[in-house]
Design a protein around this ligand. Structure first.
Ligand code: NAP
Length: 332
């Protein structure tokens, strides 16, 4: 089969499609013929040699995929049959013509969505869902500050915050991105390049601050985050786009806010955790993607590239140009 490959870590120009062995489903796994996968920041980091896949998992890029079940491994419980269309959360391996998946990590494709749209759901939406609910325990009426509001995860988090009855506020680096976030349901957006988002957030919340921060930026935002965190607020760190170093009185500021700093990585979680996450999301959230849902959720697709354009897709994300997801189509 063809898979996205690089021989050594480095720039996007190192990426190419390589003929590799087709994987074979093990106990409890199915083989998915991949129609589409999507790009994530993690792919850029892995390509640069800064984010190795968890031990025992595929070294091929791709944390999510959609396609059709073509083979059942031994011991499968009959949840899936050959020919079913499905989308999958993966620790890697999605940017290839075939990928093996534990059967519990597959989800049905909501009615009315295409395979490229479905490929844009698993990683971003499951991440946003677990940050908001499993870790953040979001409550109706709370203010939620979502950094990188027009990222793949951000566009999912805005919609999930709204559906939880909470109030999404976002940061982003351009007027266009803020407008897109507001169209998706953000109550307000702040351009972090032009204003101090913590001051703007405090103004918007009449001094109360935000109850929950979904933070994939880290180092460069720490002081502003803690400034606009409400008393007893939860600050969830799930990425380090703005670096991992902190200098200054983080601990004392956090202590006086009685703030909760929680760190999260989904990819390295064990199978049991992911199974529970996928099951809860499938039951509670997937029905809202159907066209008849009164509060319809939509995966936001910026661009769909043929996988042969993998270098261009990486460069586009690296230049921070995408609003929502970048999808890759695999040759059938
Ligand atoms: N922990 C987990 O389990 C988990 C799972 C999934 C994703 N993630 C993380 O979530 C984040 C978003 O992932 P994604 O794939 O959805 O990203 P994405 O679509 O590529 O969006 C990232 C956005 O971050 C903004 N950005 C870039 N540099 C910045 C800076 N220095 N300061 C502030 N904003 C900056 C850019 O938007 P602007 O133009 O607005 O600056 C960029 O478009 C990444 O950090 C990723 O590693 C973590």
């Amino acid at each position: 089969m063809l898979a996205v490959h690089f021989d050594q870590p480095g720039g996007a120009e190192n990426l190419y499609l390589k003929e590799v062995a087709k994987p074979c489903p093990k106990e409890g796994e199915v083989l998915l013929k991949v129609a589409a996968s999507a790009l994530n920041r993690a792919d850029l980091l892995q390509r640069q040699g800064q984010y190795d896949p968890p031990p025992g998992t595929s070294s091929i890029l791709g944390l999510e995929a959609s396609g059709h079940v073509v083979e059942l491994g031994p011991g499968c419980q009959g949840h899936w049959k050959i020919g079913d269309s499905a989308m999958a959360l993966l620790p890697g391996g999605g940017q290839a013509q075939y990928v093996t998946v534990p059967e519990e990590l597959l989800m049905p494709i909501p009615e009315g969505l295409t395979l490229p749209q479905a490929a844009a759901i698993p990683e971003a939406w499951l991440t946003a869902f677990q940050l908001l609910h499993l870790l953040g325990h979001v409550q109706a009426g709370e203010f939620v500050l979502i950094h990188a509001g027009s990222s793949g995860v951000g566009t999912a988090a805005i919609q999930l915050t709204q559906i939880a009855g909470a109030i999404p506020l976002v940061t982003a680096g351009s007027e266009h991105k803020l407008q897109m976030a507001e169209k998706l349901g953000a109550a307000a957006g702040f351009n972090y390049k032009e204003e101090d988002f913590s001051e703007a957030t405090l103004r918007f919340t009449k001094g109360a601050g935000v109850d929950l921060i979904l933070d994939c930026i880290g180092g460069s935002y720490w002081e502003k985050n803690v400034n606009c965190l409400a008393l007893d607020g939860r600050w969830i760190l799930y990425g380090l786009i703005g670096g991992g170093d902190v200098s200054g009185p983080l601990l004392s500021k956090l202590l006086f806010k009685r703030g909760n700093l929680i760190a999260s990585l989904l990819r390295s979680r064990n199978k049991k955790y992911k199974q529970t996450l996928v099951k809860t999301f499938t039951e509670q959230i997937l029905p809202h993607f159907s066209k008849n849902s009164p509060q319809r959720l939509l995966p936001v697709l910026d661009r769909v590239y043929p996988v042969t354009d993998i270098q261009a897709a990486h460069k586009y994300m690296e230049a921070n140009r995408n609003v929502g997801k970048i999808v890759l189509e695999l040759p059938q």
